[in-house]
Design a protein. Structure first.
Length: 393
């Protein structure tokens, strides 16, 4: 079974929540004295500075005071017309990196005096601007400034790699925000439990995507910048860099996606197949779906996919923690306006009368009931254990 992943239509995102951490990481990773993170409104073709790095420097503060005194209507957060300047148009079109003088970047956008102040008082005379691109969308740009007109190839490569991570982090935050909005539509009486869980998953996923991946990337590039060393030492450094790259691109990304299952955007069966693949070698999971479920995989409402996915995820998690099982089977059936889930394992079982439901099962029940469904669990000492749920489609 194959499918083409649909392009995401992200929900509006408040960049101010994420921008300070992005700029702080950029200062640590890239080492430039002055940094600007800006978001784009592609339809309006405007740019809005969101956060600045290096504002507390003595020279920058002196430049700001001078600009406020001598430039009419000076505003550091001025919304710029991207079509007013050819360099800004190039950034909007995703062509980058774009390098130029502060005079070139501000021409047609603001007073020429601002450029002179930035160059001579703040030492921000030359600019390297990188578009933040993901899935053929330009979300904004990251600009770094220095006095020297020459940016080294290493500086440019490192800044490009960092910008790619920033774009992925923002895009991931958009998708997570969209998921949070979907979760908020669930029944109000059950919303607190499920929202708390999703918020924790979102925060951890965002931390992995933005902070952890950025720091791993910096470590990898700094290892590559080490100068003259022996061949044996170089081989060891290259091996460490390869390990860091694998950790960043595979392990961290996989953990982030596991926390927030983006595969659900393709379909429920696809997301469950990926879940089963991750458990391979630990628990043998067999997935059985009738034709109605497979045919409706891409049309099943996203909130219903999320409920079904989390129910099965929680059930398999309980199998791993408590059942001492070798395998589990997941059945999905859709008929007469109802999606039915059955999860059965070959583990040791338990006596339901002697075990109170834990937080995981309470959360599972909250999800099912908030979707207007019902659920149950059946077991006995020696096994098997069966958990089922039904939710209306």
């Amino acid at each position: 079974m194959s499918a083409t992943r649909p392009r995401a239509v992200p929900a509006p995102l408040d960049w101010s929540v994420y921008a300070p951490q992005i700029v702080e990481d950029a200062e640590a990773a890239l080492g430039f004295a002055f940094i600007v993170l800006a978001r784009f409104d592609v339809e309006a073709r405007t740019s809005q500075p969101v956060c600045f790095g290096g504002l507390h420097g003595r020279n920058v503060q002196r430049a700001l005071r001078f600009a406020q005194q001598h430039v009419p209507n000076f505003d550091l957060h001025l919304v710029n017309d991207l079509d007013a300047n050819p360099l800004l148009r190039a950034v909007l079109d995703g062509r980058g990196p774009v390098i130029g003088s502060i005079e070139d970047f501000t021409r047609g956008v603001t007073s020429p005096l601002v450029a002179r102040i930035a160059r001579h008082l703040a030492g921000a005379g030359e600019c390297l601007t990188l578009p933040l691109c993901v899935e053929h969308r330009v979300l904004g740009c990251l600009s770094v400034y220095q006095r020297d007109p020459h940016f080294s190839p290493t500086q440019i490569r490192t800044a490009q790699a960092f910008a790619r991570q920033v774009a992925l982090s923002i895009h991931n935050a958009e998708l997570l925000e969209e998921g949070r909005r979907t979760a908020a539509a669930l029944d109000a009486s059950r919303r607190l439990v499920s929202d708390s869980e999703e918020r924790t998953r979102r925060d951890i996923s965002e931390f992995l995507h933005s902070h952890v991946q950025s720091r791993l990337l910096v470590a990898e590039y700094r290892l590559g910048e080490i100068g003259e060393i022996s061949a044996d030492a170089r081989a060891q450094i290259d091996a460490v860099r390869a390990d860091l790259e694998n950790l960043r691109e595979h392990d961290v990304r996989q953990a982030s996606h596991q926390l927030h299952p983006e595969a659900l955007r393709i379909g429920l069966v696809t997301a469950l197949q990926l879940m089963a693949a991750r458990l391979q070698g630990v628990l043998d999971v067999r997935l059985v779906a009738n034709d109605a479920v497979i045919d409706a995989e891409r049309t099943l409402p996203m909130d219903l996919r999320l409920v079904a996915f989390r129910v099965i995820e929680e059930a398999l998690g309980n199998v791993l923690k408590h059942a001492e099982a070798d395998s589990a089977t997941v059945w999905l059936e859709q008929e007469a306006g109802t999606l039915r889930l059955d999860i059965m394992d070959d583990g040791c079982g338990f006596s339901p009368t002697h075990r109170l439901p834990g937080l995981g099962l309470l959360s599972l029940g909250a999800r099912v009931e908030s979707a207007g469904g019902r659920w149950g669990i059946e077991s006995r000492a020696g096994g098997p254990t069966r958990l089922w749920a039904e939710v209306p489609t």
